[in-house]
Structures are given as C-alpha cells and as structure tokens.
Ligand binder design. Structure first.
Ligand SMILES: [Zn+2]
Length: 81
C-alpha cells in the first residue's frame, strides 16, 4: 500500500515537473523579442543586441555595454584628463 502511494506521489511530482518545464519553454518561445535582448553590464537595462557593444573578457565572459553607459564612461575619462 505504501509503495502504491509513493508511486502515485512520484507520478504527480513528475507531472508537475513536466508542466513546469513546458511552461518555461513556451514562455521562452512565445517571447522571441526577448531572445534578441541583453542586459547592459553597467546599468542592467535591457537593450536589443544591435544597440549594445559586446566585449569578451578572457575566453568565455561576455559583457554588453549600452550607448548611455559608454558616453558616461567617455565623459568620466574626459574629466580626468
Ligand atoms: Zn548601460
């Protein structure tokens, strides 16, 4: 009896995981505009990849910078010199 209950609970958990997984997938596919967006590494706002400058740090780390932050950085540099 206990084994049957365990089996049923296990099945329910599996179903919940399956539903959660498919929801996650459909969320990703239903929002294709978001796939083309990345967060700016400085201000954390989301922009289209086309509006961001991409820099690689080392072999794997990718950093995106938006125009506003680059302009601010440039201004900061100008104040130093
Ligand atoms: Zn930014």
């Amino acid at each position: 009896m206990a084994v049957t209950i365990l089996a049923i609970v296990f099945l329910i958990v599996l179903v919940i995981i399956a539903i959660g997984g498919s929801r996650l997938l459909s969320k990703q596919t239903s929002n294709p505009a978001d796939l083309n967006k990345e967060k700016c590494s400085i201000c954390r706002k989301k922009f289209d990849k086309g509006e961001l400058v991409l820099r690689e740090i080392g072999d794997y780390k990718l950093l995106y910078f938006c125009r506003d932050c680059i302009v601010k950085l440039y201004a900061d540099l100008g104040m130093k010199n």
